[in-house]
Design a protein around this ligand. Sequence first.
Ligand SMILES: Cc1cc2nc3c(=O)[nH]c(=O)nc-3n(C[C@H](O)[C@H](O)[C@H](O)COP(=O)(O)OP(=O)(O)OC[C@H]3O[C@@H](n4cnc5c(N)ncnc54)[C@H](O)[C@@H]3O)c2cc1C
Ligand SMILES: NC(=O)c1ccc[n+]([C@@H]2O[C@H](COP(=O)([O-])OP(=O)(O)OC[C@H]3O[C@@H](n4cnc5c(N)ncnc54)[C@H](O)[C@@H]3O)[C@@H](O)[C@H]2O)c1
Length: 452
Amino acid sequence: MVIGGGPVGENAAARTAAGGLRTALVEAERVGGECSYWACMPSKALLRPGHALAAARRVPGVPVGDHLDAAAVLRRRNGFTSNWDDAGQVEWAEGAGLTVVRGRGRLAGERRVDVGGRVLTASRAVVVCTGSVPRVPSLPGLSDVPHWTSRDATSAQEVPDSLVVLGGGVVGVEMAQAWARLGSRVTLVVSGPRPLPKSEDFAGDLVADGLREDGVRLLTGVRATGVSTADPGVSLALSDGSTAEGAHLLVATGRVPATADLGLEEFGFTAGEALPVDDTGRVSGVDWLYAAGDVTGRALLTHQGKYQARAVGTAIVSGAVDPEPWTAPVSTADHTAVPQVVFTDPEVASVGRTAAQAREDGLEVRVVDLDIAVAGSSLHADGYRGKARMVVDERKRTLVGVTFVGPDVAEMLHAATIAVVGEVTVDRLWHAVPAYPTISEVWLRLLEAYGL
Ligand SMILES: Cc1cc2nc3c(=O)[nH]c(=O)nc-3n(C[C@H](O)[C@H](O)[C@H](O)COP(=O)(O)OP(=O)(O)OC[C@H]3O[C@@H](n4cnc5c(N)ncnc54)[C@H](O)[C@@H]3O)c2cc1C
Ligand SMILES: NC(=O)c1ccc[n+]([C@@H]2O[C@H](COP(=O)([O-])OP(=O)(O)OC[C@H]3O[C@@H](n4cnc5c(N)ncnc54)[C@H](O)[C@@H]3O)[C@@H](O)[C@H]2O)c1
């Protein structure tokens, strides 16, 4: 039985059903989860038209207007969320052999789950895939002032006249750019020197430049100290004594695992904390309980959660005990090879460790940095600006991290992921010849700069 029918729960359930186990999928809101209705899909649908317009403007000879048709963009976004109707996803789940149970699941003893007073019992395992919820910072006034979370920012049916975004993580930068390009006056408040603090510094700097070019007022190095209502909207007091005002305030300060009200305390776990799991997804100390996705806090990304779900499903079906790393029931890549794309313009596409993380991990590291300036990039856009970094483990001569920043670099990421996961040596990579004239020729330049 799977609690939580987001992308991760769906995948865990489909895997056990395909393995021949009768599988129930318990979902409290919409089958498809946060990703389909208030996260990945609508946010990317809001961003894509702005990227297409910017791309066309960078190539002389393409006749384009100077602004987006916001109503058409919002209509297309509504289509990607099926107007927040999960009938299609339920149909898919039933087609995959799952029994969809509507309601909020709560553990009610060993292998038992209470859904609205009805207790279901799993013969083999229960998998918790309940995702995460927005982290609400303790900010004076915040609880009294209506504000947006990522749900509002991805589902708004009108372009706000102005928007203050608190938090310069992935949600903050993506939503700041999406709404700025749709015509909103956006202020982004970031406590550090640049947005995207978990990425390489140059990534945050280039994204900051992109946001400023789109008219975003970027305030760095300031903390929010309080929130109050203003006419119209919201006023955010800042640590330098100034204020940021807007029609709406988006609080984008991270997420916490959705482990509250799940009956986990009875098994020794703390509500609000991530469920500790091994690499097969088995929850520490409870041999019939598994978890995958955001609720584990391992990597808050749809693709990585789905990878964990495939491992969990395989582990449950096969009953494998202590399987080897890099086998199907084990999500080994979570530790060192997680890919992510930040869908801003410029995009940030990265996998594995940043240079700083690799050094912290005690690796003997060599870093190669380059501007992305090859025939493919100059053909792609006039004035193409981008950077690439390759982090090499000098002992093994393999890549442990790669970051590309620039327009349309997302599709270059999977090659880097294969190199990191496959521990391909730079000497063998030399023989992976990039096609001319593509942006991927930067791979050849990186290897030449390394000394090959
Ligand atoms: C704005 C935004 C944009 C994002 N964009 C991307 C992106 O582009 N790419 C990417 O990889 N990641 C992205 N993410 C992250 C991604 O959304 C999550 O990593 C992903 O949704 C996690 O999937 P999940 O199934 O673990 O959880 P969720 O998608 O949160 O699904 C959990 C499900 O469990 C249900 N549930 C919770 N408690 C119970 C209960 N007790 N009983 C029954 N059901 C319950 C919920 O209703 C929900 O449907 C984004 C996140 C945000 C906020
Ligand atoms: N394209 C994608 O893959 C994508 C897009 C959106 C979200 N996500 C994932 O969803 C998760 C949630 O995203 P997120 O942006 O909410 O979280 P995040 O952890 O990426 O960023 C939150 C940011 O808020 C800042 N912050 C925290 N408290 C603050 C405060 N009081 N004042 C000011 N700043 C504060 C943090 O320093 C951090 O930079 C992330 O793990 C992210 O990877 C992925």
